[in-house]
Design a protein around this ligand. Sequence first.
Ligand code: SF4
Ligand code: SF4
Length: 82
Amino acid sequence: MALMINDACVNCAVCEPECPNGAISAGDSIFVIDPDKCTECVGYFAESQCLDVCPVECIVPNPQRPETRGQLQRKFEQLLAI
Ligand code: SF4
Ligand code: SF4
């Protein structure tokens, strides 16, 4: 399941450089996560790196993108191939 950023985001930007997939960027009002690039860090780390650094805990599962670990692994492999 890709992650998403909710309205509690304070635009501190500390999460952006932590993402190994380049999935995080500044949006119109808050930072956003591209669900096509977020693998929950599967393929790189055991834990989601953005969750570890966010000071306000506004990064949550994206209910629009239910994905198994196997699907996240395949997304990781497809991103590597690009
Ligand atoms: S969980 Fe990992 S891949 Fe997904 S946005 Fe956060 S740092 Fe990037
Ligand atoms: S670390 Fe959290 S508060 Fe800071 S920009 Fe990222 S999502 Fe927003």
